[in-house]
Design a protein around this ligand. Structure first.
Ligand code: ZN
Length: 238
């Protein structure tokens, strides 16, 4: 995993009707281990996005008032980045309904990370079970191949490897993606559509598979750049 210029992941694109900074809300239930993610996965991603131009970035968690998802907060959010694992069932239905309605209306983009595949948010937005064919902890290196290099989410990204991962295997019960951008392989033969995009109503949705909480995935440059690219795409900026 190479380091590199963080700003490479975020291109400022203004039009005549300049919409201003992209307003991003990084949400996590904050059950991530403190020794791996002292600020949560949400905090690690926010720390990266804040180094990039033209973004206004906040974090929220399930412990916040209205679980960090008050309508007044969502009114000031263009893209919601979601990580959860153990507390999916605790997320309030009315907050899910608010988010889903905003996504469908094109007022909010949604990025689901890793175990978000079983979150109420992800399943409700895509109307699917999000079920996997299998998974295994301590699965070793994951090779991510860029299979849609022209898609904005893949901009500046070449095939890369994450050294420590949890494996997910197909089948992945989701609607057919508008585009599969990344595909993952493990030496043990499993494969997974690890980066997928959909348009739901007028809203843009991206799912990115890496992000198991005991692996320091969101301290690596490539996954952070993928998320930064996805923020731009989900905000209809690319
Ligand atoms: Zn996991």
């Amino acid at each position: 995993m190479a380091g590199g210029a963080a700003a490479a992941g975020f291109r400022v694109r203004r039009t005549a009707a300049a919409p201003g900074p992209v307003k991003v809300l990084c949400w996590s239930e904050r059950t991530e281990p403190q020794d791996v993610y002292p600020e949560g996965i949400s905090g690690a991603i926010a720390r990266h996005l804040r180094t990039l131009p033209d973004a206004k970035v906040r974090t929220a968690s399930i412990q916040d008032p209205d679980q960090g998802l008050a309508s007044s907060v969502l009114d000031e959010t263009d893209v919601l980045i979601w990580w959860g694992h153990k507390k999916h069932k605790e997320v309030l239905f009315d907050r899910v309904a608010d988010v889903v309605a905003r996504v469908r209306a094109g007022r909010l983009g949604f990025i689901g990370l890793h175990s978000a595949h079983w979150s109420k948010m992800f399943k409700s937005i895509l109307e699917c079970t999000g079920n996997l064919g299998g998974w295994r902890h301590d699965a070793g290196p994951e090779r991510l191949k860029v299979v849609a290099p022209s898609h904005p989410v893949a901009r500046g990204i070449s095939d890369f490897t994450i050294p420590e991962t949890e494996m997910y295997n197909e089948p992945f019960d989701v609607p057919p993606p508008e585009k599969t951008v990344f595909f993952s392989y493990w030496k043990t033969g499993e494969q997974f559509r690890s980066g997928c995009v959909w348009t739901v109503g007028k809203g843009r949705v991206f799912y990115f598979r890496p992000g198991h909480e005991t692996d320091p995935v969101y301290f690596h440059q490539e996954p952070l750049q993928v998320v930064a690219n996805a923020v731009q795409w989900c905000a209809h900026r690319t």
